[in-house]
Design a protein around this ligand. Structure first.
Ligand code: FE2
Ligand code: FE2
Length: 242
């Protein structure tokens, strides 16, 4: 109906409007930062992320260790940013955590047991890297919108924190793909496709859940008709916002 160019303009408008809305008050901004923080903290709540103990190549061990430390630092950065907004840090779980949602959309497993063969271990590390890759792509896109919205709304301090996180996420996007390709070899294309499809389904699910949660919490702050119109517009467009 709109064509590709028309749709991308509509999508851009919707996403910027959404992220500007998030940056418009300390309460809504902290709500968004708590969602980002929950994803950053997820690795600390599970035992199958960043399997550097099972990796063989020194460069991969180093990259996984650095990645793990980055996400822990991002959790801390968001914690500080939420406190600077004078808002509570919320410990979210379940469908409020994008990592959890994306994992529900594939059967892939990353847990590695000592008795596994070398090939099995490499295959599972490859799955983890493919999972992380599409997660990082999606997070980076969301953060790009958010940094732009922060600039437009004059939320410079938070924008600087998010830009700092984004710089690391872009590095994560890059190495996870190349490492997955190297470990998985001839199976790389198939495994990457599984995680790409899972991320696509999860993205829309998570976005709808987040928009509904946002409206339930903050919808009454603005004229009701605006919010009903806004949410309907978003759902019709099938745009993942968060
Ligand atoms: Fe991160
Ligand atoms: Fe990351």
């Amino acid at each position: 109906m709109f064509g590709e160019v028309g749709m991308s303009r509509i999508e851009r408008g919707l996403k910027l409007r959404w992220h500007r809305e998030l940056a418009s008050s300390p309460q809504t901004h902290a709500w968004a930062l708590n969602l980002y923080r929950a994803g950053e903290k997820h690795p600390q709540t599970v035992d199958d992320y960043f399997p550097h103990a099972h990796a063989e190549e020194p460069w991969l061990i180093e990259a996984l260790r650095r990645h793990e430390a980055d996400e822990a630092r991002h959790t801390w950065l968001y914690t500080q940013a939420i406190r600077e907004l004078g808002q509570p840090v919320e410990e979210l779980n379940g469908t409020d955590v994008f990592n959890q949602v994306i994992r529900q959309h594939t059967d892939a497993r990353f847990d590695i047991r000592d008795g596994m063969s070398r090939d099995e271990k490499r295959f599972r590390i490859g799955h983890f890297l493919a999972h992380a890759h599409f997660l990082e792509v999606r997070i980076s896109q969301s953060l790009e919108w958010h940094v732009e919205a922060c600039e437009q709304m004059g939320a410079r301090a938070i924008g600087a924190v998010v830009a700092e996180v984004l710089a690391d996420e872009e590095r994560h996007v890059s190495y996870t793909r190349s490492a997955a390709m190297e470990l998985l070899g001839s199976k790389a294309k198939e495994v990457l496709a599984i995680h790409q499809a899972g991320e696509r389904r999860a993205n829309f699910d998570f976005s709808q859940h987040a928009v509904r949660g946002f409206l339930a919490r903050f919808g009454r702050r603005s004229p009701t008709h605006l919010w009903f119109g806004w949410s309907a517009q978003v759902m019709r467009a099938g745009v993942a916002l968060v």
